[in-house]
Design a protein around this ligand. Sequence first.
Ligand SMILES: [Zn+2]
Ligand SMILES: [Zn+2]
Length: 253
Amino acid sequence: MRYTSLGSGSRGNATLVVEQDKALLIDCGFSRKVLFSRLEMAGLDVRQLDGIFVTHEHGDHARGVVSVCEALNIPFYASFGTARAMQWLEHPLWRCIASDEVVSAGALAVMPVVVPHDAEEPLQFVVENAAGSRLGVLSDLGSLTAHIVSAYQGCHALQLEANHDPDMLRSGPYPPSLQARVAGNFGHLSNQQCAELIYRLQWDGLRYVTAGHISEKNNARALVSQALCGVLGCAPGDVRLLEQDQISDWLQL
Ligand SMILES: [Zn+2]
Ligand SMILES: [Zn+2]
């Protein structure tokens, strides 16, 4: 299994996971045009794409889903709540998924995990191949739950949200109501919460950790690196951070 981020942040998210000659996307918060150009940059033929797993209805995750799936005639997988919020319930390409029920997609098994976020029925995903390699993708959650910590145990790679620095959020440009939403239990993970999660998920088999969904207004990349390098046991410059407008390096499990 190999994977890459095609972009991560409040203006759009998409993670590409490839096993053998088939590929899945987790989220498509980009227009079809942007997504296809980033797939090309990643060296993937769009015909390899087998489906899109959608975490929740926010535009930075769901914007391009229907347009891409209709163009390629491939299914998209989302919870009932997400589908209802997106008015997808009658769409012939929608497949309903539920927390803790593993979905087979090509050679990959995808386990949806329920998370606390201000959306109708948000899910995040653990992807596993036949050899037992596990990738955990987790963003858009306001707090850590025992269920999340248990569901993401044993991952060989983690792509986690490090959204904001609490001090920058407090002194930043967001109005108080939006600050409260972002910092709240159904908002987004801070750098410190991300570090805590890594600490709780660390094991000998963990090979890669990347941090994404980094706020452009309420965070600084140096602060993310600083918060994570201690727990990762590496130099700040070696912490892997995702970009909004660039694809990341491929990582192979
Ligand atoms: Zn988001
Ligand atoms: Zn969201």
